[in-house]
Design a protein around this ligand. Structure first.
Ligand code: AMP
Length: 172
C-alpha cells in the first residue's frame, strides 16, 4: 500500500480553494501501482459472486474497470447527464464542490445482479449516496460500495445508508 500511497499526488486548492485534491493519475500511470490497485481491489470481493461493477464518471471508470476485469464481472458506467445513449434513470445531489447529476442505463442492472459500486475517492459521500439510490431502485440481490481512497475527516460514510457495506484501500 505504501507503494501506491507514494504515487498519489496532493494538489492544494483544486478544483476550488480549500480542497486538497487527491490525484490518482500519478498512481494509474505507474504500471506496478495500477496492477497492485487492481489486484488489491479484487481481493476485497473475490469470493462474493459479483456480477457487475458500476463505475462513477469519470475517475471511477479506471478502478471500476480493473476491478470488473479482476472479478470476471461486467462493467456499467454511471455517467453525467446526456452522455448515455439509451433510456436512463437520474439522480441529482450535492457534492464537496457544487451540485451534480448522475445517470445510469435503465437496463444496466437486473434483479439477479450482485453489484459493486466503485468510485476513486469518498469525500462528502454525496456522489456515492446518489449512485447507491439509483442502483437500489433497480433491486439487485446485493450492493457493495468501494473506493480507492477514503477521506475520513469529511465523514462521507455517515451520508451512506447504515447497511451499506463499504470498503476502501487507503484512508486519510
Ligand atoms: P463526494 O460526493 O463529495 O464524496 O465526492 C466524490 C467525487 O468527487 C469523487 O468522484 C471524486 O473523484 C471527487 N472528489 C471530491 N473530493 C475530492 C478530493 N479531495 N480529491 C479527489 N477527488 C475528489
Amino acid at each position: 500500500m505504501e507503494y501506491i500511497k507514494k504515487r498519489i499526488r496532493d494538489i492544494q486548492d483544486f478544483p476550488t480553494k480549500g480542497i486538497l485534491f487527491k490525484d490518482l493519475t500519478t498512481a494509474f500511470k505507474d504500471p506496478r501501482a495500477l496492477h497492485i490497485i487492481g489486484w488489491d481491489l479484487g481481493q476485497l470481493y473475490r469470493d462474493k459472486g459479483v456480477t457487475k461493477v458500476v463505475g462513477i464518471e469519470s475517475r471511477g471508470f479506471v478502478g471500476g474497470s480493473i476491478l470488473a476485469f479482476e472479478l470476471g464481472a461486467g462493467f456499467v458506467p454511471c455517467r453525467k447527464p446526456g452522455k448515455l445513449p439509451a433510456d436512463v434513470i437520474t439522480q441529482t445531489y450535492e457534492k464537496e464542490y457544487g451540485t451534480d447529476t448522475i445517470e445510469i442505463h435503465k437496463d444496466a442492472i437486473t434483479e439477479d445482479d450482485i453489484v459493486v459500486i466503485h468510485d476513486d475517492v469518498l469525500a462528502t459521500g454525496g456522489t456515492m449516496a446518489a449512485a447507491y439510490e439509483l442502483i437500489k431502485s433497480m433491486n439487485p440481490k446485493k450492493i457493495y460500495v468501494n473506493f480507492i481512497i477514503e477521506l475520513t475527516a469529511l465523514g462521507g460514510r455517515d451520508r451512506l445508508p447504515k447497511d451499506a457495506e463499504i470498503t476502501s484501500l487507503i484512508s486519510y
